[in-house]
Design a binder for this molecule. Structure first.
Ligand SMILES: Nc1ccccc1-c1cnco1
Length: 241
C-alpha cells in the first residue's frame, strides 16, 4: 500500500515542487499518493480569515482553531500521523525520516511562524499521533519549506523510489561522521589534482584515507557529532565489560 501524504496550507502552490523530479516519478509509479489542500477551503466567513490576534498580546497572528479543526477532521483518517513543522518542535532527524517512511498516512499542517492555536494539536492528539518537528534553528515564514524538506527525506526511503535501494547504514550520519570530499574526472582540473591515494587501487588505503577525511571534516565542522560518537563508544565499551 503506497504511503499517502496530505498537506494543508494557505500556499498550496508552494508545494508544487513535490510533483516534480524524483517525487514526481514516485507519484507516477504509484509509490506515493499526494494531496495538497488549501486551508481557506475550510473558512466560514466572507473574508476567509485563517488567523486572528494572539491572546495575551504580542506581535503577529495565530491561526484559528475552528478552521484547522474542520480541515483536519476532513483530511485526517484512522491511521494518520500528524506532523506540524514548527521552530519549537523536536529536531527532525534521519531516524525520524525512517519512522515516517513506515507510516501509511502522513498529514502535514503548515502553520505560520506565530503558530497554530495549541488546542488544535491538543485535540488532534486525542485521536492520532501528533509530532511537532523543527528542521533547524532558523526562522521561516511558514511550515511549507519544512514540509518540502521532510517529504524529500521520507520519500527517498520508500522502496523503489531511488534507483539503487538505500540501506539505512549507507545513509551519511549512519556511522556518525560527515561524508568527506568527493572527486571525479579529470584527474587535474584548474591545477587541482585528485588525492593520488584514490587512484592507487589499494582499497584498504582508500578506506583509511576516506575515514581520515571524514573524521577531520567532522572534527572541524560538527564536533558535536564526535561527542555523541564518543559517548556511544563509551556506552558500548561499558556494556561489553
Ligand atoms: N520557522 C518556522 C516557521 C513556521 C513553521 C515552521 C518553522 C520551522 C520549522 N523548522 C524550523 O523552523
Amino acid at each position: 500500500r503506497p504511503l499517502r501524504i496530505d498537506v494543508v496550507t494557505i500556499f498550496p502552490e508552494y508545494l508544487e515542487p513535490l510533483r516534480a523530479a524524483l517525487l514526481g516519478r514516485a507519484l507516477d509509479r504509484g509509490l506515493l499518493e499526494l494531496g495538497v489542500h488549501d486551508l481557506r477551503d475550510w473558512t466560514h466567513d466572507v473574508h476567509r480569515a485563517v488567523d486572528d490576534a494572539p491572546y495575551g498580546g504580542g506581535p503577529g497572528m495565530v491561526m484559528k482553531p475552528q478552521v484547522w479543526g474542520d480541515a483536519l477532521d476532513d483530511v485526517c483518517g484512522e491511521r494518520t500521523r500528524l506532523i506540524v513543522p514548527t521552530p519549537a518542535g523536536r529536531p527532525f532527524t534521519q531516524r525520524l525520516a525512517h519512522e515516517y517512511a513506515e507510516q501509511e498516512h502522513l498529514v502535514f499542517a503548515c502553520g505560520r511562524y506565530e503558530g497554530i492555536d495549541q488546542r488544535v494539536l491538543t485535540d488532534a492528539a486525542r485521536r492520532m499521533p501528533v509530532d511537532e518537528v523543527s528542521i533547524g534553528d532558523y526562522v521561516l515564514v511558514g511550515g511549507e519549506a519544512a514540509v518540502l524538506v521532510i517529504a524529500e527525506a521520507v520519500v527517498r526511503l520508500l522502496p523503489g523510489v531511488l534507483g539503487n535501494p538505500v540501506s539505512a547504514e549507507q545513509d551519511s550520519f549512519s556511522d556518525g561522521l560527515l561524508e568527506g570530499p568527493s572527486y571525479t574526472r579529470p584527474e587535474v582540473w584548474r591545477e587541482l589534482a585528485v588525492p593520488s591515494v584514490l587512484r592507487s587501487g589499494n582499497h584498504a588505503l582508500i578506506e583509511r584515507h576516506r575515514r581520515d577525511e571524514a573524521l577531520a571534516r567532522t572534527f572541524h565542522r560538527r564536533p558535536d557529532l564526535l561527542e555523541r560518537l564518543a559517548a556511544d563508544d563509551l556506552d558500548a565499551r561499558d556494556r561489553a565489560v
